[in-house]
Each structure stands twice: as C-alpha cells, then as structure tokens.
Design a protein around this ligand. Structure first.
Ligand SMILES: Nc1ncnc2c1ncn2[C@@H]1O[C@H](COP(=O)(O)OP(=O)(O)OP(=O)(O)O)[C@@H](O)[C@H]1O
Length: 305
C-alpha cells in the first residue's frame, strides 16, 4: 500500500460560529498531484492552513508525511514547500535578503536550485520586494518553496495574478519537480483546465466538507455525457436516475451528464430504444460544475439550470 503524504480525520475548524471545515477526511498518497477544487468559501484555504499547522483544528487530526504537524521538532515543516494565496514576503527586504533568511530557516535549503529558479523566473536578487509585481511575488514564493527541497509542495491558488506564459512555465516546473524528485503536490485552484493538465487526483470541497475524491483516470472513464434522441421525450425512469448529474435538451435531443455509474445509465438509455445515441467525454470543468450543482440541489439550493 502506498504511503500517505497527507491524512486528515474528522478535521473541523469553527471560527466564531462559522464552520469552515466540517469533518474532512482526506488522504493524499505520496507522489500524487492532488487538486483541491470547490466554490468560493468552500474551506480550501482553511484546510491548507490547518495542514500547515498555521491554524489549530477545533476537532480532528492531521498527519503530514506520517507525522503530527504540531509536533515540537518542526521537522515536518522543514519538508513542506508552501505557496500561500498571498505570499508572506517582507516588503522592506531585497530578494537576496529574503533568500538568505529562508536559507537559515530551512535545513535542506538548496542554493543551486534557488539560483536556477531565479534565472528561469527572471527575478533580480537586488530588487526590493515592495517593488515586485503580484506575479513576481508568486514566482519568488514558488522559487523559495522549491529551494527547500520539499517532499510535499502545497500551492494555494498559485496561478492568481500570473500571465499565461508564466503560468504555463510554473505548471511545467511543478511537473518537472514531481518527475525528478517524486514530490507530492497539493494544489488548490479555480483554474480547472490547469488542473486537468497536471493533476492525477481531484477532491471537491463544498461548505467545509469533502464531497468526493477521484483519480483523474477514473474521472476520464466515468465523467461522460450521453446524447440521445427520444421522439416522445426523455423517459421518466431515466431522468430520475441518481447517477445523472444534469439533463439538457434541445428539441428531442437529450444530453445527460453522468457522474459515476456511466454504464448503468447507458444501458437504461438503450433499453428505452432511442432513435440515436452517442457518448461524449466531459471536461473537468463541466464535471465540477455539475457535481457542485447536484450537491446544491441536495442541500435545497436552487439549481443553476
Ligand atoms: N479567520 C477567519 N475568521 C472567520 N471566518 C473565516 C476565517 N477564515 C475563513 N473563514 C470563513 O471560513 C469559510 C471558508 O473560507 P476559506 O477561505 O477556507 O474558503 P476557500 O475555499 O479557500 O475560498 P476561496 O475559493 O474564495 O479562496 C468562509 O466562510 C470564510 O468566511
């Protein structure tokens, strides 16, 4: 069985009556590129801050790389590279001074790697941090996170503020890190097309809960659409199937978005003898929207349909 880079059980965080995390059970295998997605306010940043030991959970447990993240030695944090949604960099420092500070804080600091990254990201060492653009600060934070030679890299919405070229470069770098060093990556993002490029696992969060976790491979197999033509309308028995996330119709053409249980739905559709049927694959973005909508309907919220 593969080892776990992250394991949470019943993780709960309540801020002054606001439940930001509501019993999250999450397992991230070592070596995975694990995407965390969810609507605004789902609890992604709170989860990440709790994993990093920045926030104390109200209840539940967190283990990072097999250890308690609150243990006294701080060894766990030495092995985690973290790029927060708003990088913590001292504005009155020059880039060089920030790097010197980090090199003293992290025992496994790698200057060679750091220099390579500064060059790739075109970050001059003598610039004041105050004078860096948002995207440059993110690049610096990523350069620092990778220079600690992390076993686990945690990225919270890293593409925010990056232009498409730098974003592409950054994702490439993350993939390189995984391929060369076997680093585990947890990445929270709203950029699902980026995730589709790099992730092998995806978890969907909503209202502080982890709704589901899937491997991207399974998702590609499972998350598909069925297009079928029923001259007399979509049979009610099919429409009501719980595996169906969403139904759309254009005249007599019905498009059914299916979460898991694709084969069961396809069989049921065929059993009602449509005049035409075909299957179409579903992008991660559409799967995510339909999954979150479906959960919203369970909660009694109004569907976006
Ligand atoms: N320090 C805090 N004090 C009070 N409430 C907080 C605090 N931090 C987060 N929350 C609340 O916890 C919930 C989850 O917030 P969080 O920032 O973790 O969500 P998120 O999924 O990262 O959202 P986004 O995608 O918008 O960044 C929200 O309702 C938020 O208002």
């Amino acid at each position: 069985m593969s080892r776990l880079a992250i394991e949470t059980q019943g993780l709960t965080k309540i801020f002054d009556g606001v439940t930001a995390l509501d019993g999250v059970d999450l397992t991230v295998p070592e070596g995975a590129v694990f995407g965390l997605v969810g609507p605004n306010g789902a609890g992604k940043t709170t989860l990440i801050r709790t994993l990093m030991g920045i926030l104390r959970p109200t209840a539940g447990t967190v283990r990072i790389l097999g250890r308690d993240c609150f243990e006294g030695s701080g060894e766990v944090r030495q092995q985690v590279g973290y790029v927060p949604d708003e990088p913590v960099l001292y504005p009155s420092f020059r880039v060089e001074e920030m790097l010197q500070l980090c090199s003293r804080l992290y025992r496994h600091w790698d200057w060679k790697r750091c220099e390579e990254l500064l060059e790739r990201f075109q970050l001059p060492r003598n610039r004041w941090i105050l004078s860096l653009s948002k995207g440059m600060k993110t690049r610096l934070a990523l350069a620092i996170a990778l220079s600690v030679r992390p076993r686990l890299l945690i990225l919270d919405e890293p593409a925010g503020g990056l232009d498409p070229v730098v974003k592409h470069q950054m994702l490439g770098l993350v993939l390189e890190e995984v391929a060369e060093h076997g680093t585990t990556v947890l990445i929270s993002t709203h950029q699902l097309e980026d995730l589709e490029r790099i992730a092998d696992h995806v978890a969907v969060m909503k209202k502080g809960r982890c709704l589901l976790t899937r491997t991207v491979e399974d998702l590609r197999k499972e998350a598909r659409k069925i297009q079928a033509v029923f001259p007399e309308g979509l049979p009610e028995a099919v429409r009501r199937m719980p595996e169906i996330l969403h139904v759309e119709s254009q005249g007599r053409v019905y498009t059914l978005t299916v979460g898991n249980g694709f084969d069961t739905v396809l069989e049921a559709v065929k059993a009602h003898r449509p005049v035409y049927v075909e299957t179409v694959s579903l992008g991660l973005e559409e799967w995510f929207i339909r999954t979150v909508e479906k959960e919203g309907m369970k909660d009694g919220a109004v569907s976006a349909e």
